[in-house]
Design a protein around this ligand. Structure first.
Ligand code: SF4
Ligand code: SF4
Length: 216
């Protein structure tokens, strides 16, 4: 379904992805990537000498944008509902632009990062965590990650506005500047009504140009 292989990216060690079938789901991509990363033969950029991600937390300190499926997975793992999940989330709004990321501690560590530098939700970690490894990638892989998360976050915002509204509340904003939160700005998309990444095809999420470019 997918071909993931090591390649030189502008002369530096990295990897590339080719899509071999049109019916590839986001979960197919995650499964293949996880296998590829676990194999561990990629030369890392950072940190030196690290043989695997286990016990390394260097990429768990940045704001981490989320999709509706990411949050659904966290809810299932924790046995909570969508509005309760907001104790783990951070919402920033500027005018009608909204960003939802994983909450971080004052020290900037992801809220799910444990003292031993392992992830407490590893099997359910978000899409961006599963698709990142510290080595070079193609611009197409970066664009793929961005397009998946952009659409998935739009659905997360839509579903969250509705869930809080049903409870008679507004979407909680942790930081805001002239915020305008209006459900009419958040239409349904290919993430709407989907329970997991197996039910969402890459071709339905990626722009047709990007999908064609990555199709072998
Ligand atoms: S991908 Fe992140 S966690 Fe894994 S070795 Fe690189 S910096 Fe560490
Ligand atoms: S969810 Fe896990 S892997 Fe992702 S940033 Fe947090 S601790 Fe790191």
């Amino acid at each position: 379904m997918l071909q993931i292989k090591k390649n030189n990216i502008q002369g530096l060690p990295g990897y590339e992805i080719k899509i071999m079938e049109k019916k590839v789901s986001i979960q197919d991509l995650l499964d293949e990537l996880n296998l590829f990363f676990e194999e561990g033969s990629l030369e890392r950029l950072w940190p030196e000498g690290q043989q695997s991600c286990y016990g390394c937390d260097l990429c768990c300190h940045e704001p981490l944008p989320l999709t509706s499926i990411d949050v659904r997975n966290i809810c299932q793992a924790q046995g909570i509902n969508l509005t309760d999940a907001y104790k783990y989330l951070w919402v920033e709004a500027k005018e009608n632009v909204i960003d939802i990321t994983l909450r971080r501690t004052r020290a900037g560590r992801c809220i799910f990062l444990q003292p031993d530098s392992t992830c407490s939700i590893y099997k359910n970690r978000p899409f961006l965590c599963q698709t990142y490894i510290c080595c070079h990638t193609t611009p197409q892989i970066e664009e793929l990650r961005s397009q998946v998360v952009n659409m998935g976050m739009d659905e997360l915002i839509r579903a969250s506005i509705l869930a809080f509204s049903s409870a008679g509340q507004a979407l909680p904003l942790n930081r805001s500047h002239n915020a305008r939160v209006n459900i009419k700005d958040w239409g349904k998309n290919k993430f709407t009504g989907k329970n997991n990444y197996s039910n969402i095809l890459l071709k339905d999420v990626l722009s047709s140009d990007l999908f064609k470019h990555m199709l072998l």
